[in-house]
Design a protein around this ligand. Sequence first.
Ligand SMILES: C[S@@+](CC[C@H](N)C(=O)[O-])C[C@H]1O[C@@H](n2cnc3c(N)ncnc32)[C@H](O)[C@@H]1O
Length: 250
Amino acid sequence: MISKNRFVQAIYDATWGRFVFAGAYEWFLKTAEEAGLADHRQQLISQARGRTLEIATGTGLNLPHYSDAVTELVLTELYPPMAALLRAKVAAADHRAEVVEAAAENLPFPDGSFDTVVGTMILCTAEKPELVLQEISRVLRPGGQYLFLEHIRNPDPKIAKKQDRIQPAWYLFGNGCHCNRDSVETLRQSSLIIQELNYGQIPKAWTIIEAMVSGRAQRASDREQVTSGIVGSRAVEQPVCSSAQCATVS
Ligand SMILES: C[S@@+](CC[C@H](N)C(=O)[O-])C[C@H]1O[C@@H](n2cnc3c(N)ncnc32)[C@H](O)[C@@H]1O
């Protein structure tokens, strides 16, 4: 959503939002996907297991990467033109998945109902990313995992400045996307604990959306249980990365 003015939003949705943002979304990403972004998706999504929820699914670029370890797949998307494309893709490929139109800030699912939640390139766009993370934490079952991949504020201050300058135009181009958000910090401030964090680059992407992270997080309450020994061997803790040197996705 780019405007609180309903008239402006309706015109945007019927023109740019529908035909360019939604209609040409995969075309915009094609070069990056072919150059390696699809491999990053594969690495991440292949970890999904059990009852799985993907939020802000877009046109469904992650769909080919789910394995048989996923017992049930629920896909949510807020933007109607995207949801329509997603439904068509799910139907055409005969995917066993349910598509639900819902905001990631207000998920229509009970507490603790998913083993895995997947979110790729959503914290950049959601109006309230903190609420999205709160919702993810709420719908995850004890021991559940959140798998994420996000483009982020560039660690290089010069590029970050460029991101800040271009942000107003990028917001309109990308249907409400923020190229300059520090989503890692938002994650750190949330009720989720980062278990694995890989810094990398979206291959062949424009500099302003090049810096990327992917990884895995769990509910803070699971971590408390692990450290107090209640969960015992069910969860294996991984080192938490805190700097850009921590790990690189290649
Ligand atoms: C950059 S696209 C990412 C799409 C897909 N996840 C991917 O990796 O290609 C961002 C998506 O988030 C959706 N979106 C934006 N705000 C949202 C919100 N508050 N709740 C759910 N989806 C939202 C947009 O409609 C769009 O499909």
